[in-house]
Design a protein. Sequence first.
Length: 559
Amino acid sequence: MNAEIEREQLEVDVLLVGGGPASLSAAYHLSRLVETHNEAVSSGKQSGKPLEPVILVIEKGKEIGAHGLSGAVVDPRGFDELLADDATSAPPYDCPVTTDSVHFLTEKRSFRFPVTPPPLRNHGNYLASLGRINRWLGDLCEQQGVEVYAGFPATELLLDGDRVIGARMADSGVGADGQPRDNFEPGMDVIANLTILGEGPRGTLLGQAQKKLGLQQDRQPQIYALGVKEVWKTDRPLEPGQVYHTLGFPLGTKEFGGGFIYTMNDGLIHVGFVAGLDYADPRTDGHRLLQEFKKHPFVEGLLDTAELVAYGAKAIPEGGYYAMPQHQSDGLLITGDSGGFLNAQRLKGIHLAVKSGMLAAETAFEALIKEDFSSATLGNYSTRVENSWIKEELWPVRNFRQAYQSGFWKGVFHTGIQFLTGGRGLKDPLPITPGHEMMQRLEGAGETNSPLDADGKLTFDKLSSVYFADTSHEEDQPSHLKVLNPAVCVKQCAEEFGNPCQYFCPANVYEILSESVSKKLRINFSNCVHCKTCEIMDPYQVILWTPPEGGGGPDWKGM
Ligand code: SF4
C-alpha cells in the first residue's frame, strides 16, 4: 500500500527524532548557537551570513514527556553546561539528594554496606521526574523557535543511496485489517539536511541505520537491562531526597540487577527494579521481580501507608563504550540512549544524553555554516565525544557490564581489577554475548512460574499494573508488534523455552492460548508500554517492535 501513496513532504534543515533529553538539549543548544551567531553577524563582530534553519523535533508520545521514564537521579553536570549562558532557566529538579546508601538483601534481612561505593554516591545530584524535565525542555525549545511536534512517530529512515535524507512518519487511520479507514492520513516525509536520532533505547530508525549503514560493525553488541518502576504516594511525613540502592533478593547470584527507592516531595516514593536482559532462565519476569522486591520487609515498611499512582518499564542500554554504534554517517548523528551514552556502573544516563545532544548541536551548527552534512564534517561529532568528559567518564567503565555476564561474584572480582587498571581489567575488551543468546532452554516441558498471588494493595498482577501506566492505543489498527514467524512461537519456542514472552513482557501483551490440541499466540498490543524488551529478549529474534499510530502508548508525565 505504502508505495502507491502520495505523501506530503516537509522540508527542514535539522530533524530530531525523539522528544527526550538528548534531542531536546540538542535542539535547544543548536538554536542558541544560531542565535549567538546571528547577533554577532548583525553587530558586525563576525563575518558571514545569518542562519535561519528550520529545526524540528518529533516525538511519538501524545505530548512531550509522556514517554519519558527514568529513575531518576540526575547528575546536574549536563544541564549546568546546557544552561551556562542562560541565567533565567533552571531544570525542574524535585529535590537534592540528602542521603544515600546501598543494602544487600537476603530473603528476609537487609545489610547496609558500611560505605557507599563511589559510583553510587549521589551527593550533589538531584531527584527528578524525567517526564517533567522533558516537558520543561520542550517549552524551552519552543521559546527558542524550535518546532516541536508530538504524536509524530517516525517509522522509516529515508535514504538516498547511503545518505540519510530524513524520516517517514507513521500513517494514521489504518484499520486492523490493514486497509485505510475513512480517516486515513498518510504519514508525511520529513526531508532534512541532517537527521539526529535520539529515540531512546533500541530505536526503530537506529535499527534500520545499523542494518543499512553498518553502524554496529566492529562494535560489541548492545546489551540491555529492563527497569520496571512504580511511583507511590503517602500521606505520612517523608523526608525527600533519600536514595536507597539494593543488591541481592529477589535475584540470585547469577543475574545482574538490583532495586532502587527514592523519596521525593509531595510524599512521592519511586520504587523500581532493574534486571539485566541477559539472564539464563526464560521464566525471568521483570514485573514479578519488582512485586517480590516490594514484599521484602526493607521495602514493605516504606509503602505500608502509600498508594500506587504510576507504573512503567523501559529498556536501559548497558553495554557501554565498546557497544556504542558508530555515531555518524552522511546526514545522520546519533545521541542519548540510542547512541549508548549511559554509565551502567553509576546507573545514570541523563547527563550523558544532554552532553551528547550538545555535542551533536555543535556539530550540526558547524555543518550549517559549512553547508556540508557529509560524514566528513559530521565525523567531528565523534572527535568531540572523544575529547569530552563523556569519554573520560565511560572509558574507565568500558568493561564493567561485560564482567557480570559470568555471575555476580565474578563481576565484583573483575570490577575490582578494572578499578585498579583504569578499566582494562584482565582482558580488554572483555567479550559480551547478546542477551537473548544467554537464555537457556527449559529442562522439562511445562515448567512455569508459580502464581504471583498479588494482593492489589502492595503487589499487582500485570494487567492491574498496566492500568497505572495509563497506556492507550487506537484499537482499530494493525498490531505494532510484528511476529515475523508465529509458527515458531506456538511450537518450537513453546517446547524449548516455554514462551518467555509471557514472562519478560511487563505489560501482559503476549498470551499463549490453548485451543483444544493446539496453541495460539494472542497479542494484546494496546497494553504495550513501549519498553522494547520483546525485541531484545525473544530467543528467535522474530519480534519486531514498530511505532504505532501517533500518540499511542503510555502517559508518564510524572515519571
Ligand atoms: Fe515491552 Fe514488548 Fe511488552 Fe511492549 S510488547 S510492553 S515493548 S515487552
